[in-house]
Design a binder for this molecule. Structure first.
Ligand SMILES: [Fe+2]
Length: 304
């Protein structure tokens, strides 16, 4: 019996050594993946999209669409975002929410600083809707905190407009575009359809283009057909870590209905309405991306 004891000790020693080697390989692999995926999350792209483009540039509205800043998990250089946007000299900017997924005060200040530098550099109106993380995390579901932040934004400049189930009209060269901002679907499960019908009538009476913006594209499931000339949303991060067969949504984000059907990024048509869903700027949980880049979207749309 005693002669087996050294053999057992030797075998358990070999097992432990192999286990440590496997663990080390896994840690190095995870670290390399993190470095690679983090570098992807830093690579800002400028995407160009057109809706109803007219032949002459003078006949187009040219604006920037951004979403999902997630300033507490934003690997992209903020100054680069601002300079890339300003370089395009947009008529206006649209931001469809998710300033941060944290209620820490420092991220409110950082968000306000970011939008102050953006309006300084771009010198144009900014239209904003809030996202699910703004409502739940950034404002801790507290209406007073939300109103205080809205006031702080408009204190930077009256050209920053927060659209909470309301609209604004932007005018250029005698033409206009109606921008209808719908609250996130978490507080807008019905009613969006009636608002869009009302805003569309206003746009028709002005002979204006009409776009609807909202944080989560799932709101499309409540709006019916032909509710606007076009629609913009974010929220999906285009999967952030892309897996085959939209598995990142089917496994981890089953509540996101359209993404589970494969509608989570880019330009397409839904219920007769052209739409664009952006991959956004920042990240959730970890500052990493795979199979998708952070982006700012330059949109051109013909005047009516
Ligand atoms: Fe987001």
């Amino acid at each position: 019996m005693n002669e087996f004891i050294p053999l057992l000790i030797l075998e358990s020693h070999v097992f432990l050594r192999n286990l440590l080697i496997i663990l080390l390989i896994l840690i190095i692999f995870a670290l390399l993946c993190y470095i690679l995926f983090n570098s992807i999350a830093k690579k800002l792209k400028v995407k160009r999209v057109t809706f109803y483009e007219n032949s002459s540039e003078r006949d187009n509205f040219k604006f920037i669409f951004i979403s999902d800043l997630h300033i507490n998990c934003l690997p992209v250089d903020r100054r680069k975002i601002v300079s890339e946007i300003a370089a395009e000299s947009p008529d206006f900017i649209v931001f469809t929410g998710d300033f941060a997924h944290s209620d820490e005060e420092k991220y409110k200040k950082e968000s306000l600083d970011f939008f102050a530098s953006l309006i300084d550099a771009a010198a144009c109106p900014i239209y904003i809707t809030y996202g699910n993380h703004d409502i739940r995390d950034f404002f801790s579901s507290d209406r007073l905190k939300r109103d205080a932040f809205t006031r702080a934004l408009t204190d930077i400049s009256p050209r920053i407009r927060v659209l909470e189930n309301t609209y604004e009209i932007f005018r250029k060269n005698g033409s206009s575009i109606v921008i209808g901002g719908l609250n996130d679907i978490t507080e807008n499960e019905s009613g969006g359809k009636d608002l869009c019908a009302k805003w569309k009538n206003i746009a028709d009476s002005e002979n204006a283009r009409f776009m609807t913006i909202s944080h989560n594209p799932d709101i499309l499931l409540t709006l019916g057909e032909d509710f606007a000339d076009f629609f913009l949303a974010g929220h999906t991060h285009a999967g952030q870590i892309r897996l085959p067969f939209h598995a990142e949504f089917k496994i981890l984000r089953m509540h996101d209905k359209l993404p589970c059907r494969g509608i989570y990024y880019g330009k397409t048509v839904f219920n007769n309405v052209p739409i664009y869903i952006t991959s956004g700027l920042g990240c959730s949980i970890l500052p990493i991306r795979f199979g998708t880049y952070p982006e700012i979207v330059l949109i051109e749309t013909g005047m009516k």
